[in-house]
Design a protein around this ligand. Structure first.
Ligand SMILES: *[C@@H]1O[C@H](CO)[C@@H](O)[C@H](O)[C@H]1NC(C)=O
Ligand SMILES: *[C@@H]1O[C@H](CO)[C@@H](O)[C@H](O)[C@H]1NC(C)=O
Ligand SMILES: *[C@@H]1O[C@H](CO)[C@@H](O)[C@H](O)[C@H]1NC(C)=O
Ligand SMILES: *[C@@H]1O[C@H](CO)[C@@H](O)[C@H](O)[C@H]1NC(C)=O
Ligand SMILES: *[C@@H]1O[C@H](CO)[C@@H](O)[C@H](O)[C@H]1NC(C)=O
Length: 454
């Protein structure tokens, strides 16, 4: 046993020395020999020689934020140099971790940030819509998003599509209607922070009420990265492309009855706000068995050490078979803990505040992105990540997944629930620290009293 350990240590040392760059060689040898007291080769990590260089002690705070009144430069400590060519200063101010990345970033990770502000906007009378799909953000293969605005009474017209649609109301209230494959109907008026869900192919409509004098705006998320908002199946577009006599035959009338139908799609158009007391017409088949609406705004959030969380998935919002959400708040300096999601990609939408996320993509690849309200972030399922509040106000964002049940794996919980010696053998940290790891998932950890906040 002792012999084996000695051989292992010597082999490891030899491997390290031969892999070390010339300049670090003497230091490495010195360090190793000073940690090898003769005759006491007990197998604790601290006593063993390192098989790889230790991680740097340097912190890697974002170096500025978008409130600074100077043009930030791509310089971090001794690395980098000032910019001589043209500079897009507002974008550099918003992305400190792209221009002067943490030294822990390495290799290549596909771009994981898309601000809706960079999307083409489709303006109509009564509102607009802009989207992010796999064309804007190629890493986002499992989900796509749309930001849609309707003035009071304006209608996103009757339509259906091949992806499931999930929505979160950003402001105002929206009347939504649908009829399912069994002829059961649905009508509900939902408010800010509420959700709706329409399975693929279910025909539906969205209309702003005048509860808010400005109407409404909502976020739509689809369970397919290549969903395209411009190729949904619209009532008016369809009827404008069916021979008139066929339409007449379908409804048992003459062609003249359809003289007034639009010759092309309406998509978003103005109309009168629906009455407050609107209800679905009586339906001999009954109403849909699982409501397509969910009053998520009325669900209390779970308080956590550094913020709050509330989850809506098919366990609570039964109709939401393929999309789940965690609505998270993170206080200044606090952080959504290091974690990943076992099989589902995360499509994150930032509502307010400032954040950064480092995506760890295995094989030494990592990249850090900064976010603010209106930005989308994307973490493929196995990518380890965190979401840190880097601003001085509460961070509020949504984690959205293509799944029926929300799930995540917490790094801290994982390490608290395996033999401490195993953790120590990997991380070479103190027994006291390992003992302090909490066996309950933190989700959002409190600010670290030992570290600076931003
Ligand atoms: C463990 O960490 C100490 C510094 O805290 C270092 O001196 C030692 O070489 C490390 N041991 C291993 C095996 O990495
Ligand atoms: C809704 O309210 C209007 C005006 O108060 C009333 O005329 C109408 O009958 C109501 N409709 C329903 C379905 O209650
Ligand atoms: C931006 O950074 C400055 C300087 O570190 C800090 O005083 C300020 O509070 C920060 N602002 C925000 C919004 O985080
Ligand atoms: C946050 O930062 C902004 C900009 O630096 C500053 O104007 C504001 O007073 C700060 N708010 C708080 C609560 O510190
Ligand atoms: C562990 O975490 C739970 C939930 O966050 C908390 O209630 C508890 O106080 C923590 N325990 C310790 C020992 O820190």
């Amino acid at each position: 046993m002792l012999l084996l350990s000695v051989t292992h240590v010597l082999l490891s040392l030899a491997a390290f020395v031969s892999a070390a760059p010339a300049g670090t060689l003497s230091a490495a040898v010195l360090k190793s020999s000073s940690t090898l007291p003769s005759g006491t080769l007990s197998a604790t990590a601290a006593d063993a020689s390192p098989t790889v260089p230790l991680a740097s002690d340097n912190p890697n705070y974002p170096l500025w934020n978008d409130t600074v009144d100077y043009a930030p430069q791509p310089i971090r400590g001794p690395l980098g140099a000032n910019q001589l060519g043209p500079q897009n200063v507002p974008i550099d101010k918003q992305n400190p971790d792209l221009l002067a990345p943490p030294t822990t970033d390495a290799g290549s990770i596909l771009n994981a940030k898309w601000p809706f502000a960079l999307s083409h906007n489709r303006l109509n009378t009564g509102g607009w819509a802009r989207q992010q799909n796999i064309q804007e953000l190629p890493i986002a293969t499992q989900l796509a998003g749309v930001d849609m605005r309707l003035e009071p009474g304006a209608i996103r017209e009757l339509h259906w599509h091949s992806a499931d649609e999930w929505a979160y109301i950003l402001k105002g209230s929206t009347q939504v209607t649908a009829v399912d494959q069994n002829g059961k109907n649905f009508l509900e008026t939902l408010n800010q922070g509420d959700l709706w869900y329409f399975p693929a192919g279910i025909p539906h409509s969205l209309q702003a009420t005048d509860d808010d004098p400005q109407g409404c705006e909502f976020l739509l998320v689809f369970d397919s990265g290549d969903f395209n908002e411009d190729t949904t199946f619209l009532l008016t577009d369809w009827l404008a492309h069916v021979p008139k006599e066929v339409i007449a035959k379908n409804f048992g009338t003459d062609i003249a009855a359809f003289d007034g139908i639009p010759g092309q799609q309406l998509y978003i158009f103005p109309s009168n706000p629906p009455p407050d007391n609107a209800t679905a017409p009586s339906d001999p088949q009954g109403t849909v068995p699982e409501s397509f609406g969910y009053r998520f705004s009325q669900v209390p959030a779970t308080p956590l050490a550094g913020g709050t969380v509330k989850i809506a998935d098919s366990r609570t919002f039964k109709a939401a078979k393929n999309i789940a959400v965690a609505e998270v708040t993170v206080e200044p300096g606090a952080m959504r803990e290091l974690h990943w999601h076992p099989t589902e990609d995360e499509w994150a939408f930032f509502l307010e505040g400032n954040a950064r996320m480092t995506m760890f993509g295995a094989a030494g690849n990592a990249a850090t992105f900064d976010f603010q309200g209106g930005d989308i972030g994307y973490a493929p399922s196995p990518y380890g990540h965190y979401v840190e509040n880097t601003g001085n106000t509460t961070l509020h964002y949504l984690e959205i997944f293509h799944t029926d049940i929300f799930q995540d794996i917490s790094l801290r919980q994982w390490l608290a629930l395996i033999p401490p010696a195993l953790v120590k053998a990997h991380l070479n940290i103190s027994d006291e620290l390992i003992d302090s790891f909490n066996k309950t998932k933190a989700t959002v950890v409190a600010p670290d009293p030992y570290l600076k906040t931003f």
